[in-house]
Design a protein around this ligand. Structure first.
Ligand code: ADP
Ligand code: MG
Length: 343
């Protein structure tokens, strides 16, 4: 069992002048054996964070830790974190049979001989709900959902301690999304995997997650136990996402786009001063000019330190008061601060 932790992680692309900071000071802990769902609109930095964990994006600040060890210091050849992408075509070679693709990912030192490899491929195929006899087919002969199952089998073949799933159901027909999500949940429980589950769709995230973190313009704006966060969202951005997402009982298909998501998205090249969400915030200075603190003071530095926490000057006041005095004045701490526990 392994814990994945992002500690003040920053990812900057490009040069000083033309670059952008896609992930900016993210503190996020994925406790051992649990699923943290990461949600946020397109361009908020979700994939960048995932890629940073496996060395595919430059970590320009902070650290990514596996059970306290910086992932950059892990022994070469060890791949304890496996990333599964939205498009299985990018991880599956179209010319290799699916059995070969899975076998390629098996640790050589464990499966030296061919029969052992073949047996393990069959076991993995069955684990992801496919007939072991299909190992000889090419990815192109399979449906999107089946290909995503193969991508999962291939990721699991490497015997990962942590799986990061980045929009793995987003390209699938809604009719098969549910079955892939069920599979993810089953596998995670059965294998006790530590999982970071990424989607722009809150309805999808809520289905599999123990904890939910909300990313906005490269920053975590709210984080907490899934049920509590969804039942009582504190950050105005999260509230908009929750209001727009269908309830657990309705179809994932019914998810209307969030009114916030419809608005002009923030530009990571020029993140707004103060709270990055303030130019779109339905309770901020746009609607109450007295709340000018939002335009100057970054709430991440003054928000409460709690299990369920939000980086908003007016988090708990969103619904109940029209006070111009920020809640943060009476509290101290930092959301996601190091050493905070989720339990
Ligand atoms: P998400 O997965 O939430 O949609 P991304 O992590 O893909 O967001 O992108 C975050 C921001 O970083 C976007 O503005 C995107 O254009 C930019 N970005 C992503 N990858 C690169 C890259 N390799 N070089 C430069 N900018 C990038
Ligand atoms: Mg992405």
């Amino acid at each position: 069992m392994t814990e994945l932790a992002f500690e003040d992680v920053q990812v900057r692309y490009g040069t000083h002048r033309s670059g952008l900071t896609a992930v900016d000071g993210v503190d996020l802990r994925v406790p051992s054996g649990s699923v943290v769902g990461l949600v946020g609109e397109s361009g908020s930095g979700k994939s960048t964070l995932a890629r940073a964990a496996v060395g595919l994006a430059p970590v320009t600040g902070g650290r990514v830790l596996l059970d306290g060890t910086d992932v950059r210091r892990l022994p070469r050849g060890r791949r304890p974190i496996q990333l599964v992408f939205q498009d299985p075509y990018s991880s599956l070679d179209p010319r290799m049979t699916v059995g070969e693709s899975i076998a390629e990912a098996l640790p050589r030192e464990v499966f030296r001989r061919r029969p052992a490899r073949r047996g393990e491929v069959a076991r993995l195929l069955e684990l992801v709900g496919l007939d072991a006899g299909r190992s000889g087919v090419l990815p192109g002969e399979l449906s999107g959902g089946q290909r995503q199952r193969i991508a999962l089998a291939r990721a699991l073949a490497a015997r990962p301690e942590v799986v990061i799933a980045d929009e793995i159901t987003s390209a699938l027909d809604v009719s098969v999304q549910g079955s892939v999500l069920n599979l993810v949940r089953e596998l995670q429980r059965e294998l006790g995997l530590t999982m970071l589950f990424i989607s722009h769709n809150l309805a999808v995230v809520r289905y599999v997650s123990d904890y939910v973190a909300v990313l906005y313009l490269g920053r975590i704006v709210e984080m907490g136990p899934a049920e509590r966060l969804l039942a009582d969202p504190q950050h105005p951005y999260t509230r908009e996402l929750v209001d727009a997402a269908p309830s657990a009982h309705r179809s994932l298909l019914a998810a209307p786009d969030s009114p916030v998501a419809d608005a002009e998205p923030g530009d990571p090249h020029r993140p707004p001063a103060g709270c990055r969400f303030h130019p779109r915030c339905p309770v901020g200075p746009l609607v109450d000019p007295r709340r000018s603190i939002c335009t100057t003071v970054d709430p991440a530095t003054v928000a409460p330190s709690r299990e369920h926490r939000a980086a908003c000057h007016f988090a708990a006041a969103v619904e109940h008061t029209d006070s111009p005095v920020p809640n943060s004045v009476v509290r101290t701490g930092f959301p996601g601060a190091r050493g905070d526990t989720l339990e």
